[in-house]
Design a protein around this ligand. Structure first.
Ligand SMILES: [Mg+2]
Length: 181
């Protein structure tokens, strides 16, 4: 199988980092309940007055570099490779790309090793990338083309991607069962 795997929220813990940095820099300001938020983009669930504080965090230097790795993800990727599957990491950069793009490469090298750099695809439109499946936490993925892949939603315990009709769900504990491998 050709398997595409999203990065933020699937391999790298974007929300966890936001939460800990927020606590450190804005201890007296409340942050939206990250796990129960209904919107995919965190800032969309924040009051107008705090939106820019969230974007200040994720556009800052080293934010993407220091995202913690999500439990079980590395082992799952290695399992897929060792069982003969073609695996690519397929991720979209934020609009403020300056730090994000290079730090995504550095993150992959740091957590998965140098040989994974060649498996990293950074694109704003994932429908241009071919594959059999795309594992991604975003509830709806749109682009210019009709995708070749089936979008299987990564179930990371968030409310924003629950109950999408006719989609399968997957996580790093049940991926073998869901994929039938
Ligand atoms: Mg994601």
């Amino acid at each position: 199988m050709e398997i595409l795997v999203d990065m933020d929220g699937v391999l790298a813990d974007f929300d966890g980092s936001i939460k800990s940095i927020w606590k450190r820099f804005h201890p007296n300001k409340s942050l939206v309940d990250i796990y129960n938020r209904k919107t995919y983009y965190l800032a969309d669930s924040m009051p107008e007055s705090s939106k820019n504080l969230v974007s200040e965090i994720y556009t800052s230097q080293n934010f993407f570099l220091f995202l913690p790795i999500i439990d079980g993800s590395k082992e799952a990727l290695e399992y897929l490779i060792s069982h003969g599957h073609t695996v690519r990491i397929c991720t979209s950069p934020i609009k403020e790309y300056r730090h994000c793009v290079s730090e995504k490469f550095a993150w992959v090298e740091r957590h998965l090793g140098e040989e994974w750099i060649k498996r990293l695809i950074i694109t704003k439109d994932k429908t241009f990338v071919r594959g059999d499946i795309l594992i991604d936490d975003k509830p709806q993925i749109k682009g210019e083309l009709t995708p070749t892949w089936e979008h299987i939603i990564f179930d990371n315990g968030r409310a924003y991607n629950k109950g999408v009709p006719s989609r399968r769900y997957i996580n790093w504990k049940n991926f073998r069962k869901v994929l039938g491998i």
